[in-house]
Write a protein that binds this ligand. Structure first.
Ligand code: NAD
Length: 396
């Protein structure tokens, strides 16, 4: 099959298996180039392991610390005439590379919110790993079916209280326009918290703890975002921000349980805004990212998911002195993005961006390149005209 990118709005509906493999290998090379993470994790569970920050965390653990990794993700295999999702191909690429390096790598593909997938994961840990010393919680999902009530909630990306109008960009067409978003209802706020808040993370940690599967000093980390004022109405103070507040509440509860049970810790890491499948769906944020990339690249401080996760592991979670945290106890690897000088430049560019000058004032080209890479397109040495086999099985 000849597989080319087919972009529909903020998603690409095709993915290239060889390109995804090359992308995963790029990330592995970055981790190897940084050398070993001293006293790093040894047995790691990654929930949301197939793309974005979760995949980068898994690669940092495996190739920075020789960790055995168990990944949980929700990806679609190929079908007749249709390639699989990039997370499917990434997981195969990671598993093959990890096993070739002599590392344990197993995967469970299914709904992490469900009791069945939790059960399967716990059983596999018991059988193969014994106890886990790091749990990464990196889910980004549009919906969640609650395991006890069976109610399905859908998350929304909306402001709260009043409607919000700002600039946004159609990253595919390169058109800058004004978007007006109506405020969320109380139900939508509750639903977004149900999907992206901390309850499911707490359920995972309780299940692992109840079955004695957490090693002494086990750590857990989940990811959040704060960002600058220009995005607050739709992020920090919007529905997703309320869910992230709930994730912070859960971090404190999990931390206190971990301290008591195994002398461990739970953290929120506030990460940088980056192009991922999840972030490309948020209104306004892609335009902010395109400007941010321009400014950060010019200053030589731009990072992607893998650079961020390497720093999270080496400079915080496994640093001799332990993580450095802010006044709310959060790890901040968004500190370069949030530097006053960088934010001042982003804010100065923001009001001037139009469709006509998008290519000049922002790094929309870099945004698109990175977006396509998520789906395995545009990587060096990959010929998009070449016939490839889209049906690849997950290694057992
Ligand atoms: P992503 O879309 O790249 O990855 C999401 C992962 O969750 C995938 O592995 C997917 O398979 C998995 N997943 C989704 N639903 C699932 C389900 N029901 N069961 C099992 N697995 C499921 O997202 P990302 O951008 O890497 O986001 C991960 C976390 O990082 C989120 O909490 C997000 O808010 C946070 N974060 C993202 C950014 C950013 O700019 N992208 C910045 C800071 C924090």
């Amino acid at each position: 099959m000849i597989i080319k990118p087919r972009v529909r709005g903020f998603v690409c509906i095709t993915a290239h298996p060889i390109g995804c493999d090359a992308h995963v290998k790029e990330w592995i090379s970055h981790i190897k180039s940084k050398g070993p993470i001293n006293n790093g994790p040894k047995k790691v569970l990654v929930i949301g392991s197939s793309t974005g920050y979760g995949l980068a965390s898994r690669i940092a653990a495996a190739f920075g610390s020789n960790a055995a990794t168990l990944g949980v993700c929700f990806e679609r295999p190929s079908e007749e005439g249709r390639p699989a999702t990039p997370g499917w191909y990434n997981t195969i690429a990671f598993t093959n590379a990890a096993r070739a390096a002599g590392l344990y790598a197993q995967n469970i593909n299914g709904d992490a919110f469900s009791n069945e997938i939790k059960r399967q994961t716990l059983d596999l840990i018991k059988k193969d790993l014994g106890k886990i010393d790091l749990v990464i919680y990196s889910l980004a999902s549009p919906r969640r079916t609650h395991p006890t009530t069976a109610v399905t909630s859908r998350s929304v990306l909306k402001p709260i209280g009043t409607s919000y109008t700002n600039k946004t960009v159609d990253t595919d067409k390169g058109v800058v326009s004004t978007v007006a978003i109506e405020p969320a209802s109380e139900q939508e706020i509750a639903d977004t918290i149900a999907v992206m808040g901390g309850e499911d993370w707490e359920m995972w940690m309780k299940a692992l703890s109840d079955e004695g599967l957490l090693a002494p000093k086990a750590q857990s980390v989940a990811y959040s975002y704060i960002g600058p004022e220009v995005t607050w109405a739709v992020y920090k103070n919007g529905t997703i921000g309320m869910a992230k507040n709930d994730l912070e509440r859960a971090a404190k509860a999990i931390n206190s349980n971990l301290e008591k049970s195994v002398g461990g810790r739970a953290y929120i890491s506030v990460n940088k805004a980056l192009v991922t499948q999840a972030s490309s769906a948020i209104p306004v944020v892609p335009l902010y990212i395109a400007i941010l990339y321009k400014v950060m690249k010019a200053k030589g401080v731009h990072e992607g998911c893998i650079e961020q996760m390497q720093r999270l592991f080496a400079d915080h979670l496994y640093a001799t002195q332990g993580p450095r945290v802010d006044e709310s106890g959060r790890i901040r690897i968004d500190e370069l993005e949030m530097q006053a000088e960088i934010q001042k430049e982003v804010a100065a560019i923001w009001p001037h961006v139009t469709t006509e000058n998008l290519g000049e004032l922002t790094d929309i080209a870099g945004y698109r390149t990175e977006f396509l890479k998520l789906f395995g397109f545009g990587l060096a040495g990959i010929d998009p005209e070449k016939d490839v086999e889209p049906h690849v099985a997950m290694p057992s």
